[in-house]
Ligand binder design. Structure first.
Ligand SMILES: *[C@@H]1O[C@H](CO)[C@@H](O)[C@H](O)[C@H]1NC(C)=O
Ligand SMILES: *[C@@H]1O[C@H](CO)[C@@H](O)[C@H](O)[C@H]1NC(C)=O
Ligand SMILES: *[C@@H]1O[C@H](CO)[C@@H](O)[C@H](O)[C@H]1NC(C)=O
Ligand SMILES: *[C@@H]1O[C@H](CO)[C@@H](O)[C@H](O)[C@H]1NC(C)=O
Ligand SMILES: *[C@@H]1O[C@H](CO)[C@@H](O)[C@H](O)[C@H]1NC(C)=O
Ligand SMILES: *[C@@H]1O[C@H](CO)[C@@H](O)[C@H](O)[C@H]1NC(C)=O
Length: 381
């Protein structure tokens, strides 16, 4: 990046030099000396400016996936099915806690530390027997306790599919702590009714990295026999036939396999005003390792245990999907591009029924939209 700039820079330098050279000739040797110093300073300033410009340019060109997603989602134009679009909230991030004063600190910058390792949490609501049916695929949906509409829409659509292509499927929701006893009671009632809620004792707000690792923990401890798992957001459309075709294809690895929408070379945002800011203390590298966009990634279930292990040594940061990428890197597992990357779509434009036959995932705007689209896609042609 910098190299490409050094050439135009030296051109600018030469131009300035020429300009002052002619000036110096007009005004004599004394001025010439001053100008030379000035040229050096000006060059240094230009150099610094161009470095700043390059890094700025960098951030603008490769905007962070979620920022990009928000932007992209706003352009969606559903015409046949009317709904308002809920964009991924920027608050899907983990609250970082300040560790007690560190002695060896040489600067005033506080060190942030937070433990995402699931051993710090326990399950309040659990479904330990759900896996006795030996599911081929487990769909784990992180969702906020109050998002009962989202859960109900999933229960009426892809969450209600217990068998696809002869393989057993299981859908569970993962929530954290509710706001109070009343909400907790409601949640427990819902749990008794549907038996598909898993609740862990972390505060369900800004703690998405914890949530993801708790999902991995549940899979590793309650469902190690499952062949594959998927972490899928509650606002997603899921085409299970296509997903199963992918997983049952002879070439699909059965271990150390993870796929979805692959993110390469994403820069870590150091702009403190950004929603996706991550400090150098939390994540010192300039770029994230290759990772899968958090909306929905599917993996061979051996990875759930391995990811939990890796999280012991990977310091958490608030970008949950990139955090999983960091754990994968630690494990030496390279995310796989899907055989057909166009099947993991962040969004589809205007509603076209046939598009939904082709994809595996795409983001939707509301629970009602999931129900409407599901009905329309499933209707006899
Ligand atoms: C969205 O839909 C409206 C009405 O159908 C249309 O006028 C507009 O051009 C569309 N915008 C995009 C970006 O497709
Ligand atoms: C969509 O639905 C909302 C209420 O559900 C309504 O106010 C709005 O006019 C509708 N928009 C269109 C384009 O039908
Ligand atoms: C996001 O968090 C900020 C405070 O950090 C808050 O003011 C805002 O209302 C939150 N937005 C949503 C959508 O929760
Ligand atoms: C789930 O599907 C079954 C049929 O397979 C149906 O009887 C049941 O009502 C569905 N449940 C929901 C919540 O839609
Ligand atoms: C989760 O986030 C909240 C703030 O929203 C914070 O108070 C809490 O300590 C975080 N961590 C856990 C483990 O709940
Ligand atoms: C799924 O995993 C079980 C072991 O848990 C194994 O026996 C079976 O062959 C696997 N099925 C497929 C299709 O990979």
């Amino acid at each position: 990046m910098f190299l490409s700039f050094s050439r135009p820079l030296s051109v600018i330098q030469a131009v300035i030099r020429n300009l002052f050279h002619s000036l110096a000739q007009e005004r004599g040797p004394y001025m010439r000396h001053i100008k030379r110093t000035f040229i050096v300073l000006l060059t240094v300033a230009l150099l610094l400016y161009s470095v700043a410009y390059v890094s700025d340019f960098n951030f603008k060109t490769f905007t962070f996936p979620q920022a990009w997603l928000n932007k992209v989602i706003n352009q969606i134009n559903y015409t046949t099915i009317n709904s308002t679009l809920a964009v991924h909230t920027p608050n899907d991030s983990l609250q970082i806690q300040q560790r007690g004063t560190t002695v060896a600190q040489t600067t005033d910058i506080p060190v942030y530390y937070h433990v995402a390792h699931p051993s710090n949490y326990h399950f309040i609501l659990d479904e330990p027997d759900k896996c006795k049916q030996n599911p081929f695929l487990v769909l784990m949906v992180p969702v906020a306790p109050h998002q009962v509409d989202a859960r109900n829409a999933i229960r009426r659509t892809w969450g209600n599919e217990s068998s696809v292509q002869g393989k057993t499927l299981l859908t569970l929701f993962l929530v954290g702590l509710t706001g109070g006893p009343e909400a907790q009671q409601q949640l427990e009632e819902e749990s008794r009714q549907h038996r598909d809620l898993v609740q862990s004792n972390f505060v369900d707000s800004f703690n998405l990295t914890i949530k993801t690792m708790v999902i991995m923990d549940w899979l590793a401890t309650r469902c190690p026999q499952a062949n594959y798992s998927m972490k899928v957001d509650s606002d997603m459309y899921l085409n299970l036939e296509n997903l199963m075709s992918l997983l049952l294809a002879p070439n699909t690895p059965r271990q150390n396999y993870i796929t979805g929408m692959v993110m390469w070379d994403r820069p870590v945002i150091r702009d403190k005003s950004s929603k996706w800011y991550v400090s150098e203390e939390l994540y010192p590298e300039l770029k994230y390792p290759t990772y899968l966009l958090g909306m929905g990634y599917v993996f061979s279930n051996d990875l759930s245990k391995k990811l939990v292990e890796a999280s012991k040594v990977i310091k958490p940061f608030n970008i949950e999907d990139a955090y999983v990428g960091a754990c994968l890197k630690q494990l030496g597992v390279e995310p796989s591009s899907p055989p057909d990357p166009s099947k993991f779509k962040a969004y589809l434009g205007q509603y076209i029924r046939e598009d939904f036959f082709r994809v595996i995932t795409t983001i939707l705007g509301s629970p009602q939209q999931l129900i409407d689209i599901w009905k329309d896609v499933k209707r006899p042609t």
